[in-house]
Design a protein around this ligand. Structure first.
Ligand SMILES: C[S@@+](CC[C@H](N)C(=O)[O-])C[C@H]1O[C@@H](n2cnc3c(N)ncnc32)[C@H](O)[C@@H]1O
Length: 214
């Protein structure tokens, strides 16, 4: 599916998030807080949109993704990044390879959330950091209702106009609504062995950043 959205992925992101995604990405870097010399795995990196802010912050980032189409667009658009093909469920890295692992708008797409969280812990060094950036549940009731309408009505319309594969964006709306809320995702991190789990809401809970320590 991602092979077929790759070409206009960044443009559609900006449109659908009403430009918010740039600030969300800055918050991810702040939550990871990479130190000089730290090695950061950006899993499900797609075209590298989520990896670029780490590169700019001076961290060594390893964008890794399963989709050949997303990787091809990423390599063309961001030739300075070292993209790696890899499956979140069977990462091509040794135990404890990374100081931090992050995954932005990717965990929802991986088939087995629990297995992916466990695999991410395997490749993180003891004491290292995990930051998951994912769509979540708005905390204020009236805004939650408005957002549900946006997901069902406006989002597919915007996608039909601009995206290369609009059907993929119908899946996006459905998968956001089916995704666990903040507390449930925190519990999934803990069940996978992550410690000191906490989260922070962005844009009223449209997105949540979950952080844990290995
Ligand atoms: C919505 S994109 C997110 C891309 C990027 N992280 C961003 O923030 O823009 C989701 C990505 O998850 C990747 N993905 C889905 N399942 C995967 C898996 N099992 N292993 C690695 N990547 C996966 C897809 O190929 C796609 O590029």
């Amino acid at each position: 599916m991602f092979d077929r959205v790759a070409a206009r992925y960044d443009l559609v992101n900006d449109l659908l998030s009403l430009g918010q995604d740039r600030s969300w990405r800055r918050r991810v870097v702040e939550a990871v807080a990479p130190e000089p010399g730290h090695l950061v795995l950006d899993l499900a990196a797609g075209t590298g949109t989520s990896s670029e802010p780490f590169d700019r912050a001076g961290a060594t980032v390893v964008p890794t993704d399963l989709s050949a189409g997303m990787l091809a667009v990423g390599k063309r658009r961001r030739p300075s990044l070292s993209f790696v093909a890899g499956d979140a469920l069977q990462l091509p890295y040794a135990d404890g390879s990374f100081d931090a692992v992050t995954i932005s708008f990717g965990l929802r797409n991986v088939e087995d959330t629990a297995a992916a969280l466990t695999e991410m812990r395997r490749v993180t060094r003891p004491g290292g950091t995990l930051v998951v950036c994912e769509f979540s549940t708005p905390t204020w009731g009236p805004f939650r209702a408005l957002y549900a309408d946006y997901l069902v009505a406006a989002l597919p319309r915007i996608a039909r106009t601009f995206a290369t594969n609009p059907v993929a964006y119908e899946y996006l709306a459905e998968s956001i609504q089916a995704w666990p809320d903040q507390a449930a995702l925190a519990a999934a991190l803990q069940a996978a062995g992550w410690q000191q789990v906490e989260w922070r809401n962005l844009s009223g809970g449209v997105v949540a950043l979950h952080r844990g320590r290995a």
